[in-house]
Design a protein around this ligand. Structure first.
Ligand SMILES: NC(=O)c1ccc[n+]([C@@H]2O[C@H](COP(=O)([O-])OP(=O)(O)OC[C@H]3O[C@@H](n4cnc5c(N)ncnc54)[C@H](OP(=O)(O)O)[C@@H]3O)[C@@H](O)[C@H]2O)c1
Length: 284
């Protein structure tokens, strides 16, 4: 199988590259190799590589930046996904595209399945939802995979880190750390997303998928596990979302149930705590 990974040096792209390279011919594409907003660039790469599968991890995903520059966010998270979907459809290429738990508004207060109606609260989430629609409606060979609170050994390029690296930095630099205890989700290591993606693309079960660890946790409880596992000494306290200025509206509950993944017979993601402890012990 020949696979092209867009954003191969990013947080998720790096783990996908490592996992998929074990058994496939994988071409890792950086931003210097391809500009997804430019259809000619996409077509040229496809002609040169002739992949069976294209995996897109590129996104404009610094949430406050997307509020400031909505056109740019729509261009990268929406129109560029349409480019990729059209090229994949024309060339009968399987198309994997990643989206986000932020498409939900959080009001359900119970795990969201793929059947639940999205209601995005901010520009980033609206643009990602537009990308989902373009991917699913313009290419018959699409898997859209929603992920949540991702962290990997290669930090997110756009954000310059992830929650784990931010906590380690704060624990080192601050006299005490306060983390919200009323924002609940299921953070998921990119390693497990890569492994489940590998299983999914072996099937022709195209469609929409939730792909997050089992269980749910507040950011504070998640941080507490980091503190306990790494025996950090800096005092850690629970806080409320109300204690911090709300820069951009976001869902305070975005737990997802991997219903479609389970139906496809693929759900090899562990519980969030087991996954986090393994990550802290092996990937830092
Ligand atoms: N981070 C999270 O917590 C989170 C949560 C939910 C969903 N997601 C989704 O997960 C996916 C992967 O995130 P990540 O953390 O792996 O991102 P990342 O580390 O920022 O990697 C994105 C990669 O895409 C490249 N890229 C950006 N714009 C591009 C363009 N116009 N054309 C070609 N390449 C471009 C970047 O290159 P340069 O850096 O050189 O521009 C980078 O290598 C995204 O779809 C994101 O929306 C992330």
């Amino acid at each position: 199988m020949k696979i092209a990974i867009i954003g191969a040096t990013g947080q998720l792209g790096s783990d996908l590259f490592g996992e998929l390279s074990k058994k496939n011919d994988v071409v890792g594409l950086t931003h210097a190799d391809i500009e997804i907003t430019d259809i000619d660039s996409v077509n040229n790469i496809v002609k040169a590589i002739k992949p069976d599968i294209i995996i897109n991890t590129a996104a404009y995903h610094v949430v406050p930046e997307a509020e400031k520059f909505p056109e740019k966010a729509f261009l990268i998270n929406g129109s560029a996904v349409l480019n990729l979907a059209k090229v994949c459809q024309d060339n009968k290429i399987k198309f994997v595209h990643y989206s986000t738990d932020y498409v939900f508004d959080g009001k359900k207060q119970a795990p969201y399945t793929e059947k639940d109606a999205p209601n995005p609260l901010n520009v980033y989430a609206n643009t990602k939802l537009s990308g989902e629609h373009f991917a699913l409606n313009y290419c018959d060979y699409t898997y859209v995979i929603r992920v949540s609170g991702i962290y990997g050994s290669v930090p997110c390029r756009a954000k310059g880190g992830n929650f784990v690296t931010t906590m380690l930095k704060l624990a080192k630099e601050k006299p005490e750390v306060r983390v919200v205890n009323d924002e609940v989700l299921t953070p998921t290591p990119t390693y497990w997303i890569a492994k489940n993606t590998d299983e999914l693309i072996k099937t022709d079960a195209f469609g929409l998928y939730h792909m997050s660890c089992e269980g749910q946790v507040s950011w504070y409880e998640f941080a507490k596990t980091i503190w306990e596992t790494l025996k950090l000494k800096t005092p850690l306290y629970p806080a409320s979302v109300k204690d911090f200025p709300l820069v951009v509206k976001r869902p305070f509950y975005s737990v997802m149930e991997n219903q479609n993944l389970k139906r496809a017979g693929i759900d090899i993601i562990p519980d969030w705590k087991e996954a986090l402890i393994k990550f802290l012990n092996t990937s830092l």
